[in-house]
Design a protein around this ligand. Structure first.
Ligand code: BTN
Length: 233
């Protein structure tokens, strides 16, 4: 279960970094929330701009977790974000592995980090959801928020509470069923990508997170780290 303990900070460097430094003193499922981050990080070392008005939080998982579980948590957190957004009467899609898009613009991202061998010391699930931000400056063509989409202001605590409720449902649900739902929201299937300068079509996402790409000559199994889906925005 996550969210038994939710700790709020006004400002942190990064909620993921805070958990990575302090995980030994925290219980499994603890959530760290910051109003703003000075060193918010995204995947591939991108900066995650973290102005007041959006949600920035990280979840610590440390009881009996192994590397093979990581994709399951990506799926469960993505589906929890989708459910929260749908509850606001907004349609969204998942761009594999874990970007959430509204009308092709990014509203949320997930940064999962872990440490340890086969049996992990911890997994940190870091989540940013653009909630009340209206101006994304140079990223206006690529980013959006719940408020920008609906014109309404959202209560950050309520959005977080809804997320925790959904996540606690998804992590205990049958993973096969959750994964089928994840595929229904995925926008990358049948899309064309470039891999090693050759054109491929994404034909399948497997429940362990690997994807199958095909062209007339080759069929390859690749991981999310090996491909860039930037052009699919
Ligand atoms: C991405 O889409 O690249 C992932 C973005 C993840 C951002 C969140 S905000 C809370 C947590 N702390 C961080 O430094 N990053 C994640």
């Amino acid at each position: 279960m996550i969210g038994r303990s939710v700790i709020f900070y006004d400002e942190l460097g990064s909620t993921n970094d805070f958990i990575k430094t302090n995980f030994r003193d925290m219980d499994h499922g603890t959530i760290i929330v910051a109003n703003t981050q000075t060193k918010g990080r995204g995947r591939r070392d991108n900066l995650w701009e973290s102005k007041v008005g959006n949600l920035y939080f990280s979840i610590l998982l440390k009881n009996n977790i192994c590397r093979e579980d990581i994709f399951k948590y990506i799926v469960c957190s993505s589906m929890s974000i989708v459910s929260v957004i749908n509850k606001c009467h907004i349609d969204c899609k998942i761009k594999y592995p874990n970007d959430i898009l509204i009308n092709s613009k990014k509203v949320s991202g997930v940064l999962i980090e872990s440490s340890g061998g086969k049996k992990l010391d911890y997994i940190v699930i870091g989540i940013g959801i653009n909630v009340n931000q209206l101006d994304f400056n140079s990223l206006n063509d690529y980013a959006t928020s719940l408020k920008k989409t609906t014109g309404k202001n959202f209560d950050l605590n309520q959005v977080l509470k809804d997320f925790i409720k959904e996540m606690n449902k998804y992590i205990f649900d049958d993973y096969k069923t959750v994964f089928i739902d994840y595929l229904k929201y995925s926008m990358v299937l049948k899309k064309e990508i470039l891999f090693n300068n050759e054109k491929y079509t994404i034909s399948e996402i497997e429940s362990n997170g690997m994807i199958i790409i095909k062209n007339d000559v080759n069929e390859l199994k690749v991981s999310s780290n090996e491909i860039s889906l930037k052009e699919l925005y």
